[in-house]
Design a protein around this ligand. Structure first.
Ligand SMILES: Cc1cc2nc3c(=O)[nH]c(=O)nc-3n(C[C@H](O)[C@H](O)[C@H](O)COP(=O)(O)O)c2cc1C
Length: 220
């Protein structure tokens, strides 16, 4: 087991890093390790609605700045810069060919099991969670991708690597850039978030968080 103190140390170490030291580069091994913890992340029905693009190319990083007001300094200084794409509703709806293929070829469900799971998924999407339009389904899929986000941030911190999650971008502008400059199929994917990874240029200020009593209620 990992020492509890070490785990908390990583959580204290992690902060939203605003400026990275551009001279310090994450090793391939460490970056692959971070992505491995995204890959192993849980997702609703195990459908893994994510795809990650790591942007090393300087011109493409500049392009992203046009839509990403919250990422300017990070795009200029981060060692690694990840864009997380999420599958759109025509892929994530219970009756999509993607779901059928995924259940068969990734999850290896026999046809009768896949059928039962699709029925359960139909009830879940249409009745229980009201996932009844394209945006609602996309946002549900996007929520799954944020689990991978949390895992990557924590893994990075455990390796002594800094990071910043980024939602500071215009979705429409960024989706257009992804389509035109990155060649992303935007009928298939939309953007969820970006993450910058690297090593801090400055030390962060003290963490502000509410005390535990304010966020946890026991019902005994
Ligand atoms: C989903 C998400 C999106 C965020 N977007 C941005 C962003 O665009 N730019 C930025 O500088 N920080 C961004 N942050 C960082 C938060 O402001 C930061 O996590 C929060 O203030 C708590 O501070 P800490 O992470 O340093 O503990 C984002 C955080 C999350 C979780």
């Amino acid at each position: 087991m990992i020492d509890k103190k070490e785990i908390l140390k990583a959580y204290q170490f992690r902060h939203a890093c605003k400026l990275f030291d551009p001279e310090k580069i994450i090793s391939d091994e460490d970056f692959s390790f971070i992505i491995e913890t995204a890959r192993l992340s849980p997702s609703s029905l195990g459908l893994e609605p994510w795809h990650f693009i790591e942007v090393q190319n300087k011109e493409l990083r500049s392009k992203l700045k046009e839509g990403a007001w919250g990422a300017t300094l990070k795009l200029e200084t981060a060692s690694h810069f990840v864009v997380c794409l999420t599958l759109k509703s025509s892929y994530m709806k219970y009756d999509s060919p993607y779901v059928a293929d995924f259940m068969k070829n990734v999850q290896h469900h026999p046809e009768e099991v896949a059928q039962a799971r699709r029925k359960m998924m139909e009830n879940f999407q249409t009745r229980d969670f009201d996932l009844t339009d394209e945006r609602k389904i996309f946002d549900w899929a996007s929520k799954q991708c944020y689990i991978a986000l949390g895992n990557m941030l924590t893994t990075a911190a455990m390796l002594g690597i800094d990071s910043c999650p980024i939602e500071g971008f215009n979705r429409e502008t960024t989706d257009k850039i992804l389509k035109n400059d990155f060649g992303v199929d935007t009928d298939k994917y939309g953007i969820s978030y970006m993450i910058a990874f690297g090593y801090r240029a400055n030390n962060p200020g003290p963490k502000t968080r509410r005390p535990i009593e304010k966020i946890l209620t026991w019902k005994k």
